[in-house]
Design a protein around this ligand. Structure first.
Ligand code: ZN
Ligand code: ZN
Length: 342
């Protein structure tokens, strides 16, 4: 079968690999759609320390169950499934709490310790498969994971109904945060970003005020829009150190700050607001699939408008090695979310 294999920093190629044989408790899935994620590029560059080559990348996939290994009752052959990439040990205290993202022995398909999904077939634990309702198309299924992260993250923070929220980072996750806080009753949603083309998606996802960093000071703009108080909740969804500092400064006293963007290294931060403003700063490292699938099925969160690029497996190695996706250049200008349809 064809598979896109990462063999080391800046080395990726289409390879011919044997179709995996599902082990105990696993199913074999014929890949139909996989979302392209920023983490893939970090792994490709060698920035993601937990990733060990050689590894087939891809961790936001969906497909049709082709075969089941020993001991699998569900899903059944022929079922359409969306596959959760985090594989917990199932025995530690964190797994028992339903937080496999914190598992002491956890693996993540296509990221660390388990093969990924940029392939014609992949094997996955049956327990990681969630049935896809017929209303959800394959390209939409590739965005379940992107929505499932913010859905879980919102269970970690307090966003008062009638309150204000500032989201930093107008990528797919940041836009989903706008939609989710709006659903939870936020009265004012501010979206902060540098690229105008990305901010333009904001109103469709419930943002009322777009703040273009660089043109105006995001902290001053949020304070201005909240009578000088600051937002009840600020969400860092860009992975930028500057934005994280702004999240701390733009949160109201006693407010909450959610760190969702991934930070590869140390950052220099003004800590005082956390202490003197009694901020609740919260991290998040899990995903919640069933509510995300339901939000897409009922059309409450529209994911399809974010899909700007559809690629075949053969096109992936060049998409990585050219750097065009990360720089949003050439054919990837206006890139928001790419989906691999093998
Ligand atoms: Zn991802
Ligand atoms: Zn565990």
């Amino acid at each position: 079968m064809k598979a896109v294999v990462w063999t080391g920093p800046h080395e990726i190629a289409l390879q011919d690999l044997p179709v995996p044989v599902p082990g105990e408790g696993e199913v074999l899935i014929r890949t139909r759609a996989v979302g392209i994620c920023g983490t893939d590029f970090e792994i490709y560059d060698g920035r993601f320390k937990q990733a060990i080559p050689p590894m087939t990348l891809g961790h936001e996939g969906a497909g049709i169950v082709e075969a089941a290994g020993p001991g699998v009752r569900s899903p059944k052959v022929g079922d359409r499934v969306s596959v959760e990439c985090v594989i917990g040990c199932g025995r530690c205290a964190y797994c028992a709490e339903g937080r496999p993202g914190l598992c002491e022995h956890g693996r993540v398909m296509g990221v660390s310790g388990a093969q990924g999904e940029y392939a014609e077939y992949f094997a996955a634990p049956a327990a990681n498969c969630h049935l896809l309702p017929p209303e959800i198309s394959w390209p939409e299924a590739a965005l379940v994971d992107t929505l499932a992260g913010p859905v879980y993250a919102m269970s970690r923070v307090h966003a008062p109904a009638g309150g204000s929220v500032a989201v930093f980072g107008p990528g797919p996750a940041g836009l989903f945060f706008c939609a989710l806080v709006r659903l939870q009753g936020a009265a004012a949603v501010f979206l902060v970003g540098t690229r105008e083309s990305r901010l333009a998606y904001g109103p469709r996802f419930g943002a009322d005020k777009l703040i273009q960093a660089g043109r105006e000071d995001p902290v001053a703009a949020v304070l201005d829009a909240t009578d000088g108080r600051g937002a009840d909740l600020t969400v860092e969804a860009s992975g930028s150190a500057a934005a994280l500092g702004q999240c701390l400064a733009a949160a109201r006293k006693g407010g909450s700050v959610l760190i969702y963007g991934v930070f590869g290294g140390a950052v220099n931060l003004e800590v005082q607001p956390i202490q003197l403003h009694e901020l609740q700063v919260c991290g998040t490292a899990n995903i919640l699939y069933p509510p995300a699938i339901e939000l897409i099925r009922e059309g409450t969160v529209a994911v399809e408008p974010l899909i700007t690029h559809r690629l075949r497996l053969e096109e992936l190695p060049a998409a990585f090695s050219s750097g065009a996706v990360e720089r949003r250049q050439g054919e990837y200008a206006g890139y928001m979310k790419g989906v691999v349809l093998p």
